[in-house]
Ligand binder design. Structure first.
Ligand SMILES: Nc1ncnc2c1ncn2[C@@H]1O[C@H](COP(=O)(O)OP(=O)(O)O)[C@@H](O)[C@H]1O
Ligand SMILES: [Mg+2]
Length: 231
């Protein structure tokens, strides 16, 4: 078995972060195994978002290491970590609001495949990419909204489109940070499950690479945490 196959999808070792006198991360040792789901729960201000930012590289730690698939990435920029399979939900503001949900997800897949800047795609690729994008939307119960511009959707639906775009990147690790309150209770209760189901579908695509998708969710709502934390 290769080193990468034995390593957790995501790991932190002795991760520390202080903002002046305020210590938001105190030597965090964390392991996220392949295919596992974890929920990080705590009151507002507990440091959940800070932890996500340390993992993605939006924040530099005061001490400690971050490893993706057993490889240290502590000094790598966010974009390099995304290339190594670490994704977080896109902010609603990062969606193309006048484009449809389907177009947004299609662009996510084009980005993943490195063809987003190409004006002309080989024939056949469009169909395959659009079908995959539609399947991701369907798995999040967004099929009815596929052809609607994002700015016409309710906020909670927009949040689900964010998750769809993130899943379109076929990440190894997907981090969902808060914002669940806006998705609506029924949707919220199932959000982790939906992301998981959609992730499992994407994982099927990736089975030949021998990697599953792992998910971490940070949410201050304990109910959501329990759901999302279920394996
Ligand atoms: N860039 C920053 N500079 C100074 N303090 C910050 C910064 N980011 C977060 N904090 C503080 O760190 C603490 C943890 O915040 P955060 O990680 O956002 O918590 P949570 O996501 O659990 O609500 C809070 O007290 C917050 O005010
Ligand atoms: Mg937060």
């Amino acid at each position: 078995m290769s080193e990468a196959a034995r390593s957790p999808a995501l790991e932190t070792r002795g991760l520390c972060k202080s903002f002046g006198a305020l210590q938001v991360a105190n030597s965090i040792d964390f392991r996220l195994e392949r295919g596992a789901r974890h929920a990080l729960i705590g009151p507002n201000g507990a440091g959940k978002t800070s932890f996500v930012n340390l993992v993605t590289g939006a924040l530099a730690p005061s001490a400690g290491q971050v490893l993706i698939d057993g490889t240290e990435v502590t000094d790598l920029p966010q974009s390099e970590r995304v290339k190594r399979g670490l994704a977080r939900t896109f902010q609603v503001t990062a969606l193309f609001r006048r484009l449809t949900a389907l177009e947004n997800v299609t662009l996510g897949i084009a980005e993943r495949e490195g063809v987003a800047d190409d004006l002309f795609w080989p024939s056949g690729r469009h169909k395959r990419v659009i079908e995959e994008a539609y399947a991701v939307l369907e798995s999040l119960d967004l099929a009815d909204d596929a052809l609607r511009p994002v700015n016409m959707l309710a906020y909670g639906r927009q949040r689900l489109v964010e998750i769809a775009v993130s899943l379109a990147l076929a990440p190894k690790v997907l981090l969902l940070d808060g914002g669940g309150g806006a998705v609506g209770r029924e949707r919220h209760d199932h959000r982790g499950d939906r992301a998981a189901a959609a992730g499992d579908r994407t994982a099927d695509h990736r089975a030949r690479y021998g990697s599953g998708i792992s998910r971490g969710a940070a949410d201050h709502r304990h109910g959501a945490g329990r759901r999302a934390g279920r394996r």
